[in-house]
Design a protein around this ligand. Structure first.
Ligand SMILES: Cc1cc2nc3c(=O)[nH]c(=O)nc-3n(C[C@H](O)[C@H](O)[C@H](O)COP(=O)(O)OP(=O)(O)OC[C@H]3O[C@@H](n4cnc5c(N)ncnc54)[C@H](O)[C@@H]3O)c2cc1C
Length: 448
């Protein structure tokens, strides 16, 4: 389709990538972008960098001035979509007006999921972090706060605990589960990261939740599940997200946790696409409909949808979970699947976080499936390629031969003939400390 009206719902990474890709692929019809927020596109993942003072506020807005005009995109900003009728191919805006479409992209992302804890949703001192308004509100509160509770030990929760602690605010980091970073991180690596942030002043309490919240004038008093109470000026809720899909009727479009799409970002309804945090796309690598929840993935999916609408066939070959995050002076990265499920699952750990880097690899039936890395994030890219190619760990590696993260990664890369990493480039020529690795079947091994 090179003409007609292409309506894009949302104004985040997925939405603007779709608009740009459609134009670059020769789409000549009308593009109408509709968003509930009356601002240019905002990149939520950059707000922690702003809080740390690494970028100015303007740096959280990814688009060049004139983006919408240059790509001939008409905008209705500050107008939420409240209904979508795929059979009649039309959307309804907050004021009741309807807009017909020939093609439509759902790129409405996600919003923080706030648990139904008594007093939490009503609290004037409870914060979430997703859009520009929530980031500004939190920024202002951090200026005077002395105590904070971060509820949720996700990557965002961990990052925010660091930011608050660096500002001299006493932080309690609360998690319901038994480890920090339960998604994609081996428990032993999580324990190392927990000890590291505790040593920097963050009070981590796991297996603990909030039973009730009460505003006390200037702050909040939280009743915890362990029977104690905790006062705070900021209660930051980082307990996950849910897709923004209230306008969709699940009888008309197939939805699991988010809208299901194929690898071309097509939904079950004709002319209707979905991309980014609002969708679970078919991942040909895993064979599942995965929800990846990353900025890069949202933009890549948006580009595929934009090309499709322009009549250019495009598909995503699938994506592996991947994340790199600084925590204080460490850099933590994970790629792939660290708990790959059935089969002969082994975990092999190499190196030393404080001396040349530490990496833990997971194997299923000898094939590498994922890795957690501390202070050697440069391995993530080559490892990702190796995982995608089904690389096999050699016998020496699986037996736990002499090992440094670089050597281990080389061995995996050799296994799929990708070539060798350059030691001089990555360890300054010093070669790093040769630590004995610890190898066991799934779950039990010595942390660094
Ligand atoms: C604090 C934080 C840190 C993060 N760190 C990282 C990181 O380090 N690396 C990484 O890859 N990812 C990170 N992420 C996740 C990343 O930001 C998201 O995966 C990405 O923004 C998803 O893009 P999207 O376009 O799908 O959705 P969004 O960015 O959520 O955009 C959705 C758009 O839809 C609009 N919208 C919503 N509902 C409606 C409606 N009813 N009608 C009209 N418009 C609507 C919204 O206003 C918004 O414009 C982080 C997120 C947060 C909050």
């Amino acid at each position: 389709m090179r003409n007609g009206r292409f309506v894009i719902l949302g104004n985040g990474g997925a939405a603007v990538s779709a608009a740009e890709a459609a134009r670059l692929s020769g789409y000549r019809g009308e593009i109408l972008l509709v968003s509930d927020v009356a601002e240019p596109a905002f990149n939520p993942m950059l707000s922690p960098y702003y809080f740390k003072g690494k970028i100015p506020w303007a740096g959280c807005y990814p688009l060049a001035a004139g983006f919408y005009r240059d790509h001939d995109v008409a905008c209705r900003l500050g107008e939420p979509v409240v209904a979508l009728d795929p059979d009649r191919r039309r959307i309804t805006l907050g004021d009741g007006r309807t807009v017909a479409y020939d093609a439509c992209l759902i790129a409405t992302g996600a919003a923080p999921a706030v648990p139904p804890i008594p007093g939490l949703r009503e609290s004037a001192h409870a914060f979430t972090l997703r859009n520009a308004a929530s980031a500004r509100r939190l920024d202002e509160q951090m200026l005077t706060a002395r105590r904070a509770i971060v509820f949720g030990v996700s990557l965002v929760g961990m990052k925010m605990a660091e930011i608050l602690a660096r500002r001299g605010i006493a932080v309690v980091l609360l998690g319901r589960g038994r480890q920090v970073l339960s998604r994609g991180t081996h428990p032993a690596v999580a324990a190392v990261l927990r000890r590291y942030i505790e040593a920097r002043g963050v009070d981590v309490r796991l297996g603990c939740t909030i039973a009730g919240v009460e505003d006390t004038g200037n702050g909040v008093l939280c009743r915890l599940s362990d029977g104690t109470t905790e006062p705070a000026d900021i209660l930051l809720v980082c307990t996950g997200i849910r897709p923004n899909l209230a306008f969709l009727d699940c009888g008309q479009v197939t939805i699991d946790q988010a809208v299901l799409t194929d690898e071309r970002m097509r939904t079950s309804a004709d002319g209707l696409y979905a991309a980014g945090d609002a969708c679970q796309a078919l991942n040909p690598i895993t064979g599942r409909h995965d929800w990846l929840g990353t900025w890069g993935n949202a933009c890549a999916q948006g580009r595929v949808a934009g090309r499709q609408v322009a009549g250019v066939d495009a598909a995503l070959p699938g994506a592996l979970p991947q994340h790199v995050s600084p925590f204080f002076d460490w850099t933590y990265a994970h790629v792939g699947d660290i708990q790959p499920g059935d089969g002969d699952v082994r975990h092999v750990a190499f190196g030393d976080a404080e001396d040349g880097g530490y990496a833990l690899f997971s194997f299923r039936d000898g094939i590498v499936t994922g890795a957690n890395m501390i202070n050697c994030a440069h391995l993530a890219g080559p490892l990702k390629s190796a995982i995608l190619r089904g690389a096999r760990g050699d016998e020496r590696l699986l037996r736990g031969g002499d090992g440094h993260p670089l050597a281990a990664a080389e061995s995996i890369l050799d296994g799929c003939r990708l070539g060798r990493l350059d030691h001089r480039q990555h360890d300054g020529g010093a070669g790093g400390r040769r630590a004995r690795p610890a190898v066991t079947a799934a779950g039990a091994f010595s942390p660094p």
